[in-house]
Design a protein around this ligand. Structure first.
Ligand code: PEP
Ligand code: MG
Length: 587
Protein backbone atom coordinates (compact mmCIF):
# COMPACT_ATOMS: atom_id res chain seq x y z
CA UNK A 1 0.00 0.00 0.00
CA UNK A 2 2.86 2.38 0.66
CA UNK A 3 3.80 4.13 -2.58
CA UNK A 4 7.04 3.03 -4.23
CA UNK A 5 9.94 5.43 -4.23
CA UNK A 6 9.27 6.79 -7.70
CA UNK A 7 9.14 10.55 -7.96
CA UNK A 8 5.54 11.78 -7.99
CA UNK A 9 4.61 15.38 -8.83
CA UNK A 10 1.36 17.03 -7.83
CA UNK A 11 0.37 20.48 -9.02
CA UNK A 12 -1.59 22.92 -6.91
CA UNK A 13 -1.41 26.65 -6.27
CA UNK A 14 1.65 28.13 -4.60
CA UNK A 15 0.24 30.55 -2.03
CA UNK A 16 3.19 31.18 0.26
CA UNK A 17 6.74 31.25 -1.13
CA UNK A 18 9.67 29.05 -0.21
CA UNK A 19 11.09 25.61 -0.94
CA UNK A 20 11.11 22.98 1.81
CA UNK A 21 12.25 19.37 1.76
CA UNK A 22 11.21 17.22 4.72
CA UNK A 23 9.26 14.18 5.79
CA UNK A 24 5.53 14.62 5.35
CA UNK A 25 2.81 14.02 7.90
CA UNK A 26 -0.52 13.33 6.22
CA UNK A 27 -3.59 14.30 8.14
CA UNK A 28 -7.22 14.40 7.23
CA UNK A 29 -9.60 16.82 8.89
CA UNK A 30 -9.97 14.80 12.00
CA UNK A 31 -6.86 12.76 12.39
CA UNK A 32 -3.30 12.00 11.42
CA UNK A 33 -2.30 8.95 9.43
CA UNK A 34 -1.00 6.78 12.28
CA UNK A 35 2.68 6.23 12.68
CA UNK A 36 3.75 2.60 12.60
CA UNK A 37 5.66 1.17 15.52
CA UNK A 38 6.52 -2.33 16.76
CA UNK A 39 4.84 -3.96 19.71
CA UNK A 40 5.95 -6.90 21.87
CA UNK A 41 4.46 -10.38 21.53
CA UNK A 42 3.16 -10.01 25.09
CA UNK A 43 1.14 -6.96 24.03
CA UNK A 44 -0.83 -8.80 21.33
CA UNK A 45 -3.73 -10.01 23.58
CA UNK A 46 -4.10 -6.47 24.98
CA UNK A 47 -4.34 -5.11 21.45
CA UNK A 48 -7.08 -7.65 20.73
CA UNK A 49 -9.09 -6.45 23.70
CA UNK A 50 -8.56 -2.83 22.72
CA UNK A 51 -9.87 -3.61 19.23
CA UNK A 52 -12.98 -5.38 20.57
CA UNK A 53 -13.75 -2.48 22.89
CA UNK A 54 -13.29 0.10 20.16
CA UNK A 55 -15.56 -1.87 17.80
CA UNK A 56 -18.25 -2.12 20.48
CA UNK A 57 -18.01 1.58 21.26
CA UNK A 58 -18.16 2.44 17.56
CA UNK A 59 -21.26 0.29 17.09
CA UNK A 60 -22.91 1.97 20.07
CA UNK A 61 -22.14 5.45 18.72
CA UNK A 62 -23.43 4.68 15.23
CA UNK A 63 -26.70 3.26 16.55
CA UNK A 64 -27.23 6.27 18.78
CA UNK A 65 -26.46 8.64 15.87
CA UNK A 66 -28.83 6.67 13.68
CA UNK A 67 -31.63 7.02 16.24
CA UNK A 68 -31.12 10.77 16.52
CA UNK A 69 -31.15 11.17 12.76
CA UNK A 70 -34.19 8.98 12.35
CA UNK A 71 -36.12 11.38 14.57
CA UNK A 72 -34.96 14.40 12.59
CA UNK A 73 -34.68 13.12 9.04
CA UNK A 74 -36.45 9.77 8.70
CA UNK A 75 -35.02 7.56 5.98
CA UNK A 76 -31.71 9.40 5.80
CA UNK A 77 -30.74 7.38 8.88
CA UNK A 78 -30.55 4.27 6.69
CA UNK A 79 -27.11 5.28 5.45
CA UNK A 80 -25.80 4.17 8.82
CA UNK A 81 -26.92 0.62 8.11
CA UNK A 82 -24.02 0.42 5.69
CA UNK A 83 -21.66 1.59 8.44
CA UNK A 84 -22.96 -1.07 10.82
CA UNK A 85 -22.57 -3.76 8.17
CA UNK A 86 -18.97 -2.78 7.65
CA UNK A 87 -18.38 -3.17 11.37
CA UNK A 88 -19.59 -6.73 11.06
CA UNK A 89 -17.47 -7.64 8.06
CA UNK A 90 -15.39 -10.30 9.78
CA UNK A 91 -13.03 -10.83 6.84
CA UNK A 92 -11.85 -7.20 7.02
CA UNK A 93 -11.60 -7.17 10.79
CA UNK A 94 -9.67 -10.46 10.79
CA UNK A 95 -7.16 -9.03 8.36
CA UNK A 96 -6.52 -6.11 10.68
CA UNK A 97 -5.91 -8.33 13.61
CA UNK A 98 -3.77 -10.76 11.62
CA UNK A 99 -1.44 -7.93 10.81
CA UNK A 100 -1.11 -6.94 14.44
CA UNK A 101 -0.39 -10.53 15.48
CA UNK A 102 1.91 -11.52 12.61
CA UNK A 103 3.77 -8.27 11.91
CA UNK A 104 3.62 -7.14 15.53
CA UNK A 105 2.73 -3.57 14.65
CA UNK A 106 0.43 -1.22 16.53
CA UNK A 107 -3.30 -1.62 15.97
CA UNK A 108 -3.87 1.92 14.63
CA UNK A 109 -1.40 1.38 11.84
CA UNK A 110 -2.73 -2.11 10.94
CA UNK A 111 -6.28 -0.81 10.81
CA UNK A 112 -5.30 2.15 8.66
CA UNK A 113 -3.36 -0.02 6.23
CA UNK A 114 -6.07 -2.65 5.72
CA UNK A 115 -8.90 -0.13 5.39
CA UNK A 116 -6.91 2.05 3.01
CA UNK A 117 -6.30 -0.87 0.64
CA UNK A 118 -10.05 -1.52 0.50
CA UNK A 119 -10.87 2.15 0.06
CA UNK A 120 -8.37 2.61 -2.74
CA UNK A 121 -9.77 -0.45 -4.52
CA UNK A 122 -13.35 0.81 -4.22
CA UNK A 123 -12.49 4.31 -5.41
CA UNK A 124 -11.01 2.91 -8.62
CA UNK A 125 -14.13 1.09 -9.79
CA UNK A 126 -16.68 2.85 -11.98
CA UNK A 127 -19.69 1.72 -9.95
CA UNK A 128 -20.98 4.78 -8.05
CA UNK A 129 -22.43 2.55 -5.32
CA UNK A 130 -19.01 1.10 -4.51
CA UNK A 131 -17.37 4.53 -4.66
CA UNK A 132 -19.88 5.66 -2.05
CA UNK A 133 -18.94 2.64 0.13
CA UNK A 134 -15.34 3.87 0.12
CA UNK A 135 -16.53 7.05 1.83
CA UNK A 136 -18.45 4.97 4.38
CA UNK A 137 -15.42 2.83 5.03
CA UNK A 138 -13.35 5.95 5.64
CA UNK A 139 -15.92 7.26 8.12
CA UNK A 140 -16.02 3.99 9.99
CA UNK A 141 -12.24 3.76 10.11
CA UNK A 142 -11.92 7.27 11.55
CA UNK A 143 -14.52 6.48 14.17
CA UNK A 144 -12.76 3.28 15.25
CA UNK A 145 -9.42 5.03 15.36
CA UNK A 146 -10.83 7.74 17.58
CA UNK A 147 -12.28 5.11 19.87
CA UNK A 148 -9.06 3.18 20.33
CA UNK A 149 -8.07 3.80 23.90
CA UNK A 150 -4.36 4.10 24.75
CA UNK A 151 -2.50 0.91 25.60
CA UNK A 152 1.13 0.16 24.77
CA UNK A 153 1.45 3.40 22.89
CA UNK A 154 -0.35 6.66 23.48
CA UNK A 155 -3.61 7.63 21.83
CA UNK A 156 -3.34 9.49 18.55
CA UNK A 157 -4.31 12.73 20.20
CA UNK A 158 -1.50 12.32 22.72
CA UNK A 159 0.94 11.53 19.98
CA UNK A 160 1.71 14.87 18.39
CA UNK A 161 4.42 14.85 15.78
CA UNK A 162 7.61 15.96 17.44
CA UNK A 163 9.93 16.25 14.47
CA UNK A 164 10.07 19.02 11.83
CA UNK A 165 7.78 18.07 8.96
CA UNK A 166 5.59 19.18 6.07
CA UNK A 167 1.95 18.97 7.07
CA UNK A 168 -0.42 17.67 4.38
CA UNK A 169 -4.13 17.96 5.18
CA UNK A 170 -7.45 17.99 3.42
CA UNK A 171 -8.00 21.48 4.73
CA UNK A 172 -6.67 23.74 7.45
CA UNK A 173 -8.63 26.45 9.20
CA UNK A 174 -7.13 29.92 9.71
CA UNK A 175 -6.91 29.34 13.45
CA UNK A 176 -5.22 25.95 13.00
CA UNK A 177 -2.47 27.42 10.90
CA UNK A 178 -2.16 30.36 13.25
CA UNK A 179 -1.54 28.11 16.23
CA UNK A 180 1.05 25.88 14.59
CA UNK A 181 4.48 25.40 16.10
CA UNK A 182 6.62 26.83 13.32
CA UNK A 183 9.73 25.01 14.46
CA UNK A 184 7.89 21.74 13.69
CA UNK A 185 5.59 22.61 10.78
CA UNK A 186 7.98 23.71 8.06
CA UNK A 187 5.41 23.94 5.26
CA UNK A 188 1.79 23.05 4.51
CA UNK A 189 0.02 21.36 1.62
CA UNK A 190 -3.77 21.14 1.39
CA UNK A 191 -6.31 19.71 -1.00
CA UNK A 192 -8.65 22.64 -0.46
CA UNK A 193 -8.06 26.37 -0.37
CA UNK A 194 -7.14 29.24 -2.64
CA UNK A 195 -4.66 32.14 -2.61
CA UNK A 196 -6.99 34.61 -0.92
CA UNK A 197 -8.38 32.26 1.73
CA UNK A 198 -7.42 33.48 5.19
CA UNK A 199 -5.47 30.27 5.71
CA UNK A 200 -3.22 31.20 2.78
CA UNK A 201 -2.96 34.81 3.94
CA UNK A 202 -1.79 33.70 7.38
CA UNK A 203 0.69 31.22 5.93
CA UNK A 204 2.25 34.13 4.04
CA UNK A 205 2.21 36.37 7.09
CA UNK A 206 3.94 33.76 9.19
CA UNK A 207 6.37 32.85 6.42
CA UNK A 208 5.21 29.21 6.19
CA UNK A 209 5.61 28.00 2.58
CA UNK A 210 2.31 26.57 1.38
CA UNK A 211 0.62 24.92 -1.58
CA UNK A 212 -3.18 24.61 -1.73
CA UNK A 213 -5.69 23.15 -4.18
CA UNK A 214 -3.83 19.84 -4.54
CA UNK A 215 -6.54 17.62 -5.90
CA UNK A 216 -6.53 14.15 -4.43
CA UNK A 217 -3.10 13.98 -2.86
CA UNK A 218 -4.54 11.18 -0.80
CA UNK A 219 -2.78 7.98 -1.80
CA UNK A 220 0.06 9.73 -3.63
CA UNK A 221 2.16 10.20 -0.57
CA UNK A 222 2.09 8.85 2.95
CA UNK A 223 3.26 9.87 6.37
CA UNK A 224 7.00 9.47 6.54
CA UNK A 225 7.66 9.97 2.81
CA UNK A 226 10.25 12.50 1.77
CA UNK A 227 8.52 15.41 0.07
CA UNK A 228 9.74 18.59 -1.59
CA UNK A 229 7.30 21.48 -1.53
CA UNK A 230 7.72 24.48 -3.81
CA UNK A 231 5.52 27.30 -2.53
CA UNK A 232 6.51 29.54 -5.47
CA UNK A 233 5.08 27.50 -8.30
CA UNK A 234 2.72 25.28 -6.30
CA UNK A 235 4.39 21.94 -6.89
CA UNK A 236 4.66 19.15 -4.35
CA UNK A 237 7.02 16.30 -5.18
CA UNK A 238 7.09 13.01 -3.31
CA UNK A 239 10.35 11.00 -3.38
CA UNK A 240 12.29 13.72 -5.25
CA UNK A 241 15.11 12.43 -7.45
CA UNK A 242 18.64 13.76 -6.84
CA UNK A 243 18.38 15.90 -10.04
CA UNK A 244 15.15 17.44 -8.75
CA UNK A 245 16.76 18.26 -5.43
CA UNK A 246 19.70 19.83 -7.24
CA UNK A 247 17.38 21.88 -9.47
CA UNK A 248 15.56 23.26 -6.44
CA UNK A 249 18.81 24.05 -4.68
CA UNK A 250 19.65 26.28 -7.64
CA UNK A 251 16.27 28.00 -7.49
CA UNK A 252 16.78 28.65 -3.79
CA UNK A 253 20.23 30.12 -4.49
CA UNK A 254 18.78 32.49 -7.13
CA UNK A 255 15.96 33.54 -4.84
CA UNK A 256 18.50 34.10 -2.04
CA UNK A 257 20.55 36.42 -4.27
CA UNK A 258 17.43 38.44 -5.11
CA UNK A 259 16.49 38.62 -1.44
CA UNK A 260 19.93 40.02 -0.63
CA UNK A 261 19.48 42.74 -3.28
CA UNK A 262 16.03 43.60 -2.00
CA UNK A 263 17.27 43.85 1.57
CA UNK A 264 19.30 46.87 0.55
CA UNK A 265 16.01 48.75 0.06
CA UNK A 266 14.91 48.40 3.69
CA UNK A 267 15.76 51.99 4.63
CA UNK A 268 14.60 53.50 1.30
CA UNK A 269 11.20 54.96 0.53
CA UNK A 270 8.67 53.65 -1.96
CA UNK A 271 9.04 56.52 -4.39
CA UNK A 272 8.60 56.60 -8.16
CA UNK A 273 11.27 57.86 -10.55
CA UNK A 274 9.30 61.12 -10.82
CA UNK A 275 9.33 61.52 -7.03
CA UNK A 276 5.76 60.47 -6.25
CA UNK A 277 5.65 58.90 -2.81
CA UNK A 278 3.59 55.76 -2.28
CA UNK A 279 2.70 54.80 1.28
CA UNK A 280 3.74 51.18 1.60
CA UNK A 281 2.47 49.53 4.76
CA UNK A 282 1.83 46.02 6.08
CA UNK A 283 -1.17 43.80 6.69
CA UNK A 284 -0.95 41.92 9.97
CA UNK A 285 -3.10 39.44 11.86
CA UNK A 286 -1.17 39.28 15.15
CA UNK A 287 0.61 41.94 17.20
CA UNK A 288 3.74 39.79 17.39
CA UNK A 289 4.26 40.37 13.67
CA UNK A 290 5.42 43.94 14.41
CA UNK A 291 9.01 42.85 14.69
CA UNK A 292 8.97 41.58 11.10
CA UNK A 293 7.05 44.68 9.98
CA UNK A 294 9.85 46.87 11.29
CA UNK A 295 12.56 44.61 9.94
CA UNK A 296 11.35 44.93 6.35
CA UNK A 297 11.11 48.72 6.60
CA UNK A 298 7.33 48.93 6.31
CA UNK A 299 5.63 52.27 6.86
CA UNK A 300 3.44 51.06 9.64
CA UNK A 301 0.35 48.89 9.37
CA UNK A 302 -2.31 49.55 6.74
CA UNK A 303 -4.57 46.76 7.93
CA UNK A 304 -4.66 45.08 11.32
CA UNK A 305 -7.10 42.16 10.97
CA UNK A 306 -8.22 42.13 14.60
CA UNK A 307 -10.44 39.06 14.37
CA UNK A 308 -7.60 36.63 15.06
CA UNK A 309 -7.44 37.91 18.64
CA UNK A 310 -11.02 36.64 19.04
CA UNK A 311 -10.59 33.21 17.41
CA UNK A 312 -10.15 30.22 19.69
CA UNK A 313 -11.48 32.04 22.75
CA UNK A 314 -14.55 30.83 24.52
CA UNK A 315 -15.25 34.23 26.04
CA UNK A 316 -14.92 37.60 24.38
CA UNK A 317 -11.74 39.51 25.20
CA UNK A 318 -11.96 42.36 27.69
CA UNK A 319 -11.25 46.00 26.84
CA UNK A 320 -7.97 45.96 28.76
CA UNK A 321 -6.62 42.94 26.85
CA UNK A 322 -7.55 44.53 23.51
CA UNK A 323 -6.06 47.85 24.58
CA UNK A 324 -2.74 46.25 25.47
CA UNK A 325 -2.62 44.46 22.13
CA UNK A 326 -3.44 47.59 20.14
CA UNK A 327 -0.93 49.72 22.05
CA UNK A 328 1.73 47.12 21.29
CA UNK A 329 1.00 47.48 17.57
CA UNK A 330 0.75 51.27 17.72
CA UNK A 331 4.09 51.57 19.53
CA UNK A 332 5.70 49.03 17.23
CA UNK A 333 4.56 50.99 14.19
CA UNK A 334 5.86 54.35 15.46
CA UNK A 335 6.78 56.79 13.87
CA UNK A 336 4.25 55.48 11.36
CA UNK A 337 0.62 54.68 11.96
CA UNK A 338 -1.62 51.67 12.24
CA UNK A 339 -5.09 51.23 10.79
CA UNK A 340 -7.06 48.98 13.11
CA UNK A 341 -9.97 47.29 11.39
CA UNK A 342 -12.91 46.46 13.63
CA UNK A 343 -13.81 42.80 13.93
CA UNK A 344 -14.49 41.15 10.57
CA UNK A 345 -15.97 37.90 11.89
CA UNK A 346 -17.88 35.52 9.64
CA UNK A 347 -17.10 33.95 6.27
CA UNK A 348 -14.11 31.71 6.94
CA UNK A 349 -13.30 33.28 10.34
CA UNK A 350 -15.63 32.18 13.10
CA UNK A 351 -14.67 33.05 16.66
CA UNK A 352 -16.07 30.48 19.07
CA UNK A 353 -16.87 33.30 21.49
CA UNK A 354 -19.59 34.62 19.13
CA UNK A 355 -22.72 32.52 18.70
CA UNK A 356 -22.71 32.18 14.96
CA UNK A 357 -24.85 29.20 14.01
CA UNK A 358 -24.64 27.51 10.61
CA UNK A 359 -25.28 29.53 7.47
CA UNK A 360 -25.78 28.24 3.93
CA UNK A 361 -23.81 31.12 2.42
CA UNK A 362 -21.52 32.40 5.15
CA UNK A 363 -19.76 34.90 2.89
CA UNK A 364 -23.14 36.46 2.09
CA UNK A 365 -24.31 36.17 5.64
CA UNK A 366 -23.62 37.50 9.08
CA UNK A 367 -20.21 39.02 8.53
CA UNK A 368 -18.09 42.10 9.08
CA UNK A 369 -19.84 45.30 10.09
CA UNK A 370 -23.16 43.47 10.31
CA UNK A 371 -21.89 41.45 13.24
CA UNK A 372 -20.36 44.54 14.88
CA UNK A 373 -23.59 46.51 14.67
CA UNK A 374 -25.70 43.71 16.09
CA UNK A 375 -23.32 42.72 18.86
CA UNK A 376 -23.31 46.19 20.35
CA UNK A 377 -21.57 45.39 23.65
CA UNK A 378 -18.75 43.62 21.88
CA UNK A 379 -18.45 46.47 19.37
CA UNK A 380 -18.41 49.13 22.10
CA UNK A 381 -15.63 47.27 23.91
CA UNK A 382 -13.52 47.15 20.76
CA UNK A 383 -14.19 50.77 19.82
CA UNK A 384 -13.22 51.94 23.29
CA UNK A 385 -10.00 49.90 23.16
CA UNK A 386 -9.07 51.31 19.75
CA UNK A 387 -9.85 54.85 20.86
CA UNK A 388 -7.80 54.48 24.03
CA UNK A 389 -4.88 53.10 21.99
CA UNK A 390 -5.08 56.27 19.85
CA UNK A 391 -3.78 58.20 22.87
CA UNK A 392 -0.55 56.20 22.71
CA UNK A 393 0.26 56.19 19.00
CA UNK A 394 -0.92 57.07 15.54
CA UNK A 395 -4.07 54.94 15.31
CA UNK A 396 -6.83 55.06 12.68
CA UNK A 397 -10.01 53.02 12.61
CA UNK A 398 -11.58 51.17 9.71
CA UNK A 399 -14.94 49.42 9.26
CA UNK A 400 -15.08 46.17 7.22
CA UNK A 401 -17.55 45.01 4.60
CA UNK A 402 -19.75 48.10 4.48
CA UNK A 403 -22.45 47.90 1.85
CA UNK A 404 -24.57 50.98 2.53
CA UNK A 405 -24.44 54.55 3.78
CA UNK A 406 -26.70 53.60 6.68
CA UNK A 407 -24.12 51.14 7.99
CA UNK A 408 -21.38 53.76 7.85
CA UNK A 409 -23.52 56.35 9.63
CA UNK A 410 -24.53 53.82 12.28
CA UNK A 411 -20.93 52.70 12.84
CA UNK A 412 -19.83 56.32 13.16
CA UNK A 413 -22.58 57.02 15.62
CA UNK A 414 -21.45 54.04 17.75
CA UNK A 415 -17.95 55.48 17.59
CA UNK A 416 -19.26 58.83 18.87
CA UNK A 417 -21.01 57.03 21.72
CA UNK A 418 -17.79 55.25 22.63
CA UNK A 419 -15.94 58.58 22.57
CA UNK A 420 -18.57 60.13 24.83
CA UNK A 421 -18.24 57.30 27.34
CA UNK A 422 -14.47 57.76 27.48
CA UNK A 423 -14.81 61.51 27.88
CA UNK A 424 -17.22 60.97 30.75
CA UNK A 425 -14.68 58.70 32.41
CA UNK A 426 -11.83 61.10 31.75
CA UNK A 427 -9.92 58.55 29.65
CA UNK A 428 -7.70 60.04 26.95
CA UNK A 429 -8.01 59.37 23.20
CA UNK A 430 -7.37 61.19 19.93
CA UNK A 431 -10.47 63.32 19.31
CA UNK A 432 -9.56 63.59 15.64
CA UNK A 433 -8.97 59.91 15.03
CA UNK A 434 -9.15 59.17 11.29
CA UNK A 435 -12.01 56.93 10.21
CA UNK A 436 -12.06 54.89 7.02
CA UNK A 437 -14.05 52.13 5.40
CA UNK A 438 -13.11 49.08 3.43
CA UNK A 439 -14.47 49.09 -0.09
CA UNK A 440 -14.97 45.41 -0.80
CA UNK A 441 -18.59 45.05 -1.88
CA UNK A 442 -19.84 46.24 -5.29
CA UNK A 443 -22.59 48.33 -3.68
CA UNK A 444 -19.94 50.31 -1.79
CA UNK A 445 -18.09 50.95 -5.05
CA UNK A 446 -21.23 52.26 -6.71
CA UNK A 447 -21.87 54.73 -3.87
CA UNK A 448 -18.21 55.57 -3.25
CA UNK A 449 -18.97 59.24 -3.97
CA UNK A 450 -21.56 59.22 -1.17
CA UNK A 451 -19.36 57.32 1.29
CA UNK A 452 -16.38 59.58 0.54
CA UNK A 453 -18.23 62.47 2.19
CA UNK A 454 -18.41 60.53 5.45
CA UNK A 455 -14.89 59.18 5.94
CA UNK A 456 -11.22 60.14 5.89
CA UNK A 457 -10.01 57.31 3.65
CA UNK A 458 -10.91 54.27 1.61
CA UNK A 459 -9.06 50.97 1.65
CA UNK A 460 -10.05 48.66 -1.18
CA UNK A 461 -10.29 45.02 -0.11
CA UNK A 462 -9.78 43.32 -3.44
CA UNK A 463 -9.96 39.84 -1.93
CA UNK A 464 -13.63 40.27 -1.22
CA UNK A 465 -14.32 42.72 -4.02
CA UNK A 466 -13.23 40.13 -6.58
CA UNK A 467 -15.26 37.43 -4.82
CA UNK A 468 -18.46 39.48 -4.73
CA UNK A 469 -18.08 41.07 -8.16
CA UNK A 470 -17.27 37.97 -10.19
CA UNK A 471 -19.38 35.72 -7.93
CA UNK A 472 -16.45 33.42 -7.24
CA UNK A 473 -15.97 32.01 -3.75
CA UNK A 474 -12.50 33.08 -2.57
CA UNK A 475 -11.89 29.85 -0.64
CA UNK A 476 -13.14 27.37 -3.22
CA UNK A 477 -10.32 25.72 -5.19
CA UNK A 478 -12.83 24.51 -7.81
CA UNK A 479 -13.30 28.05 -9.06
CA UNK A 480 -9.86 29.41 -8.22
CA UNK A 481 -9.12 29.72 -11.96
CA UNK A 482 -11.97 32.24 -12.27
CA UNK A 483 -10.69 34.42 -9.46
CA UNK A 484 -9.28 37.36 -11.40
CA UNK A 485 -8.17 40.67 -9.85
CA UNK A 486 -7.36 41.77 -13.41
CA UNK A 487 -10.94 41.36 -14.55
CA UNK A 488 -11.95 44.51 -16.47
CA UNK A 489 -14.82 45.01 -14.00
CA UNK A 490 -12.37 45.14 -11.08
CA UNK A 491 -10.07 47.57 -12.87
CA UNK A 492 -13.00 49.88 -13.56
CA UNK A 493 -14.19 49.61 -9.97
CA UNK A 494 -10.81 50.56 -8.57
CA UNK A 495 -10.75 53.55 -10.91
CA UNK A 496 -14.21 54.57 -9.79
CA UNK A 497 -13.26 54.40 -6.11
CA UNK A 498 -9.97 56.28 -6.61
CA UNK A 499 -11.78 59.01 -8.56
CA UNK A 500 -14.51 59.35 -5.92
CA UNK A 501 -11.83 59.65 -3.22
CA UNK A 502 -9.85 62.25 -5.18
CA UNK A 503 -12.97 64.31 -5.87
CA UNK A 504 -13.60 64.48 -2.13
CA UNK A 505 -9.95 65.09 -1.21
CA UNK A 506 -9.46 61.82 0.69
CA UNK A 507 -6.96 59.06 -0.05
CA UNK A 508 -7.65 55.60 -1.46
CA UNK A 509 -5.44 52.59 -0.82
CA UNK A 510 -5.59 48.88 -1.55
CA UNK A 511 -5.12 46.29 1.18
CA UNK A 512 -6.29 43.12 -0.62
CA UNK A 513 -3.69 40.64 -1.85
CA UNK A 514 -3.64 42.41 -5.23
CA UNK A 515 -1.67 45.22 -3.54
CA UNK A 516 1.23 42.83 -2.96
CA UNK A 517 1.27 41.44 -6.49
CA UNK A 518 4.03 43.22 -8.38
CA UNK A 519 2.23 42.54 -11.66
CA UNK A 520 -0.47 44.95 -10.48
CA UNK A 521 1.75 47.75 -9.12
CA UNK A 522 1.89 49.98 -12.26
CA UNK A 523 -1.83 49.56 -12.82
CA UNK A 524 -2.80 50.47 -9.24
CA UNK A 525 -0.55 53.53 -9.19
CA UNK A 526 -1.90 54.60 -12.57
CA UNK A 527 -5.49 54.25 -11.38
CA UNK A 528 -4.80 56.77 -8.60
CA UNK A 529 -4.03 54.52 -5.64
CA UNK A 530 -1.61 56.21 -3.22
CA UNK A 531 -1.31 53.62 -0.45
CA UNK A 532 -0.58 49.89 -0.72
CA UNK A 533 -0.86 47.63 2.30
CA UNK A 534 0.70 44.23 1.72
CA UNK A 535 1.85 41.13 3.51
CA UNK A 536 5.23 41.97 5.20
CA UNK A 537 7.00 39.54 2.86
CA UNK A 538 5.91 41.63 -0.13
CA UNK A 539 7.05 45.05 1.15
CA UNK A 540 10.47 44.88 -0.48
CA UNK A 541 9.40 43.46 -3.88
CA UNK A 542 6.64 46.09 -4.18
CA UNK A 543 9.05 48.83 -3.11
CA UNK A 544 11.46 47.72 -5.76
CA UNK A 545 8.68 47.76 -8.39
CA UNK A 546 7.53 51.27 -7.41
CA UNK A 547 11.08 52.57 -7.64
CA UNK A 548 11.39 51.51 -11.29
CA UNK A 549 8.27 53.37 -12.45
CA UNK A 550 7.17 56.89 -13.38
CA UNK A 551 3.75 57.88 -12.07
CA UNK A 552 2.96 59.57 -15.39
CA UNK A 553 3.65 56.42 -17.43
CA UNK A 554 1.57 54.41 -14.97
CA UNK A 555 -1.34 56.76 -15.63
CA UNK A 556 -1.02 56.23 -19.36
CA UNK A 557 -0.71 52.51 -18.77
CA UNK A 558 -3.91 52.49 -16.71
CA UNK A 559 -5.73 54.37 -19.47
CA UNK A 560 -4.63 51.71 -21.90
CA UNK A 561 -5.68 48.88 -19.57
CA UNK A 562 -9.10 50.46 -19.07
CA UNK A 563 -9.70 49.95 -22.79
CA UNK A 564 -8.95 46.21 -22.63
CA UNK A 565 -11.87 43.86 -22.36
CA UNK A 566 -10.55 40.49 -21.16
CA UNK A 567 -8.65 39.19 -18.15
CA UNK A 568 -6.19 37.51 -20.44
CA UNK A 569 -5.33 40.72 -22.33
CA UNK A 570 -4.91 42.65 -19.07
CA UNK A 571 -2.78 39.94 -17.51
CA UNK A 572 -0.57 39.83 -20.57
CA UNK A 573 0.00 43.61 -20.64
CA UNK A 574 0.70 43.77 -16.90
CA UNK A 575 3.21 40.94 -17.23
CA UNK A 576 4.87 42.59 -20.21
CA UNK A 577 5.40 45.89 -18.39
CA UNK A 578 6.60 44.17 -15.22
CA UNK A 579 9.06 42.05 -17.21
CA UNK A 580 10.49 45.12 -18.86
CA UNK A 581 11.11 46.85 -15.48
CA UNK A 582 11.75 44.25 -12.80
CA UNK A 583 12.13 40.83 -14.40
CA UNK A 584 13.98 39.47 -11.36
CA UNK A 585 10.82 39.78 -9.27
CA UNK A 586 8.94 37.46 -11.60
CA UNK A 587 11.39 34.59 -11.52
C1 PEP B 1 -9.99 42.00 1.44
O1 PEP B 1 -11.12 41.52 1.41
O2 PEP B 1 -9.33 42.30 0.42
C2 PEP B 1 -9.34 42.25 2.73
C3 PEP B 1 -8.18 42.86 2.82
O3 PEP B 1 -9.96 41.75 3.84
P1 PEP B 1 -9.91 40.20 4.25
O4 PEP B 1 -8.93 39.52 3.35
O5 PEP B 1 -9.53 40.14 5.67
O6 PEP B 1 -11.32 39.77 4.01
MG1 MG C 1 -12.32 41.46 3.17
Amino acid sequence: MKGGSQEVRLKGLGVSPGVVRARVVVRDNSLMEPETFSIRQADVPGEHLRFENALAETRRQIISLQNQIRVAAGDDADIFDAHLLLLEDQSVLDQVFDRVAKERINLESALYQVFTVYMEGMRKVADPYLKERAVDLGDVMRRILRNLKPSTGESMADHPVKHPHILAATDLSPSEIASMDRSLVLACATEMGSPTSHTAIIARSLGIPAVVGLYEFDGHFHTGDEVLLDGYSGVVIAHPRPETIEHYAQIEAEKGAIRDQLNQLVGERAITLDQQVVVLSSNIEFSYEMERVRRVGSEGVGLYRTEFFYLDRTVLPEEQALLEDYVKVAKGASPHGVIIRTLDAGGDKLPTSIQHGTEHNPFLGWRGIRVCLEESDMFRTQLRAILRASAEGQVSIMFPLVSSLEEVLEAKSRLEEAKASLRAEGLPFNERIQVGVMIEVPSAVMIADVLAREVDFFSIGTNDLVQYTIAVDRVNERVANLYAPHHPAIVRMIKRVADAAAAQGIWAGVCGEMAGDVLSTPLLLGLGITELSVSPGQILPVKRAVRTLHRSECQQFAEEILQLTTVEAINARCRQLALSRYPELLL
